[in-house]
Each structure stands twice: as structure tokens, then as C-alpha cells.
Design a protein around this ligand. Structure first.
Ligand SMILES: [Zn+2]
Ligand SMILES: [Zn+2]
Length: 352
């Protein structure tokens, strides 16, 4: 039996086509989801613009998308904790559940992760820019009525931000800097504020992004290219920021973070820094006892993410700058690529 669905298939750089594809099979322990709303992520943009994302080169055309709201359409054998029709968001990174990392509560470090809409596996794993997608039942998180489809599709990128802030430990009362005012940087700044950091400063080269940050309640914004940056930082944070969240993925921003963090402070690396290794000021790291740590996707933070946003502790709605119909999926990616205009662009895949 070959049941057909509509899917936005990436054939190479700048080449997305809406076409018919075979519906995925629902194996035991899995559920078939009917995708309603999906967001465009920076990684989708990398695939769209270059045909690959960092070291991940697709071995065949595939379907992008991993940030979405869906409804449960069909249950695989043995699935008891979900009902057909339930509205869910999804943790798109399926870890094995059995290895040491999974058992220690660090599933994002699992070596066997299967990520939706990604060429990290060979062949690539199809994602959510399609009418249907299958996931393991435990990847689903039921959405409360307070979270509509658009906010449901924000839970995955918000989980990235939430995980990064949690990585820094307690930040209450601390002076925080976020470098990079894209959707993740903005959500990190908003979360840091909700968690009590003060003041929260955000730096970005693009003026419109600094303006957005200010509208979203960030205390201070900085242009990292100005000559008197050291004086400005001195005024805001004295010896330096207690915590720097590097969310731009730009090597110069990371280098600058080592100058802007105070001795004994923490740098959390969230942005992906291209494919090449980059030099680091290792002596500064040593003689100032700087804590430099990575933050990869998210651990088990989806339920916290849903709780914080449905209680309006963090308002993610202003980050959604466009919603396009499924037929215009390619246009949605082009729109999202314009970083001076777009923050989060979403695609309406199916309706109720
Ligand atoms: Zn994403
Ligand atoms: Zn594992």
C-alpha cells in the first residue's frame, strides 16, 4: 500500500519543490502525526542556501523541518499514552533511551540521535515540512489550549534557549550578555531576564535586531563594532559580564566574549561556528579562570518550556514575523533568510 502525501522536498541549494511523497509507515512504538504548523530554523536555512549544513551533506533529496505543532493521526502498536486527535509539539531529536548519556539525563549527548529534517544520518531523516511525519511516542508533548499552533511550533527553538540558560547555572542577579539577536539569542535574553539576570545586555551588528531586542524587554543593547565598546562594557558591568551567551555563531563574537566576560565568569557557546576550527585565547581562559561551555540543542526541557510560555512568563509571539501557506514553502525559506527583516517564519502545513 502506497499512501501519498504532499511534502516540500529539498533537492539541492535553493531548490525546494512541493511534490507527492510516500507517507511514512507507523511502526510499533511510533505515532503518525499530521503536521499543522512548522517553523523555519537556521539549520533549515543552511540546507536551503548551500545544500548542506556544516558537516551534514545529504545523500538524497529530503524533507526539512523540525519545529512544529501536529495532531496525532494514528497510533503504532503498543502506544498507550497518546490519543488520536491530541495536539502535540515534538522533541525532534530521538535519542536511544538506553545508553549512559540517556540514562544520566543527558539525551542530547546520545551518540545515536536521529534528528528530524536532518542529514546528520545517512540517508537523511525526513522532517516536518510535509503533511505527515512519524515519531516515537515519547517525543510528543501534549499542548495545553493556551498554546496555539504558532506557539506550539516555537517550543523547539525555545527549548534550545532554555537549555542554554540552564547550562549557565543560577543567573539570578547576574550581569548577562547575549551576543547575537536572532531568534535564539532573543529567546536566551528573554529567558535570562525571566530567571532574574540583571541587567541583560544583547549585542548585534544589525540595528533592527537591537531595536527588536529593546522592544522585547532586553535592558541594554550594544553595537559590538563600536570603538568605545570597552568603555561601554565597563559602565554596564565593571570588570566584565558574569555570563556571556554566544548565540551568533560568528567567530569574532566568540573571540570578543573572552574580552567581555569577567575573570571567573562563564561563556556558554550556543551558535554553530561554521565548519573550520577557530583559534581561542587559551591563556585568557587559563589565567582568568573563565568557564567555557557548550550547549547542544536541549535535554528534557520541553515540559518546562510549555509551562513557562503557557503561563505567559515569556511571550514568544512577537518573534513570529511571518506565516506562509504550504504551497509557498520555498518562499518561506527565502523570507527567513533575510535576517534584517525576518525573525521566525512559519509555514501553515495543514489546517484543522
Ligand atoms: Zn530548530
Ligand atoms: Zn542514548
Amino acid at each position: 500500500m502506497n499512501v501519498i502525501m504532499r511534502a516540500a522536498v529539498l533537492h539541492g541549494a535553493k531548490n525546494i519543490k512541493i511534490e507527492s511523497a510516500a507517507r511514512p509507515e507507523v511502526k510499533s512504538g511510533m505515532v503518525m502525526l499530521r503536521v499543522r504548523r512548522a517553523g523555519v530554523c537556521g539549520s533549515d536555512l543552511h540546507y536551503f542556501e548551500h545544500g548542506y549544513c556544516a558537516a551534514f551533506v545529504p545523500t538524497r533529496p529530503f524533507i526539512l523541518g523540525h519545529e512544529f505543532t501536529a495532531e496525532v493521526a494514528e497510533l503504532g502498536e503498543g502506544v498507550a499514552n497518546l490519543k488520536v486527535g491530541a495536539r502535540v509539539t515534538v522533541n525532534p531529536a530521538r535519542s536511544c533511551g538506553f545508553c549512559g548519556y540517556c540514562k544520566a539525563g543527558r539525551p542530547n549527548l546520545c551518540r545515536q540521535i536521529i534528528m528530524l529534517g536532518s542529514a546528520s544520518t545517512k540517508p537523511p531523516t525526513d522532517g516536518a515540512f510535509a503533511e505527515y511525519v512519524t515519531v516515537r511516542a515519547d517525543q510528543c508533548h501534549t499542548l495545553p489550549p493556551a498554546l496555539d499552533d504558532s506557539l506550539g511550533a516555537m517550543m523547539e527553538p525555545f527549548a534550545v534557549a532554555l537549555h542554554a540558560v540552564k547550562r549557565a547555572g543560577s543567573i539570578a542577579g547576574k550581569r548577562a550578555l547575549v551576543t547575537g539577536g536572532g531568534p535564539i539569542g532573543l529567546m536566551v535574553a528573554m529567558t535570562a531576564r525571566t530567571f532574574g539576570a540583571f541587567p541583560v545586555t544583547l549585542s548585534d551588528l544589525v540595528p533592527s535586531r537591537r531595536e527588536t531586542a529593546q522592544k522585547l524587554g532586553v535592558d541594554i543593547t550594544l553595537d559590538p563594532s563600536v570603538k568605545n565598546l570597552p568603555e561601554q562594557v565597563q559602565e554596564i558591568a565593571g570588570d566584565g559580564f558574569d555570563v556571556v551567551f554566544e548565540a551568533s555563531g560568528a567567530p569574532p563574537a566568540l573571540r570578543q566574549a573572552f574580552d567581555l566576560v569577567r575573570p571567573g565568569g562563564t561563556i556558554v557557546q550556543i551558535g554553530t561556528l561554521g565548519t573550520e576550527d577557530i583559534p581561542l585565547p587559551a591563556n585568557l581562559l587559563m589565567n582568568r579562570e573563565i568557564n567555557f561551555m557548550g550547549s547542544m540543542r536541549y535535554g528534557d526541557v520541553f515540559d518546562d518550556a510549555i509551562r513557562l510560555v503557557s503561563a505567559s512568563r515569556i511571550n514568544l509571539r512577537p518573534l513570529i514575523t511571518g506565516v506562509l501557506p504550504f504551497a509557498d514553502a520555498g518562499e518561506a525559506l527565502r523570507l527567513a533568510a533575510d535576517k534584517s527583516q525576518a525573525l521566525k517564519v512559519q509555514i501553515q502545513i495543514t489546517k484543522e
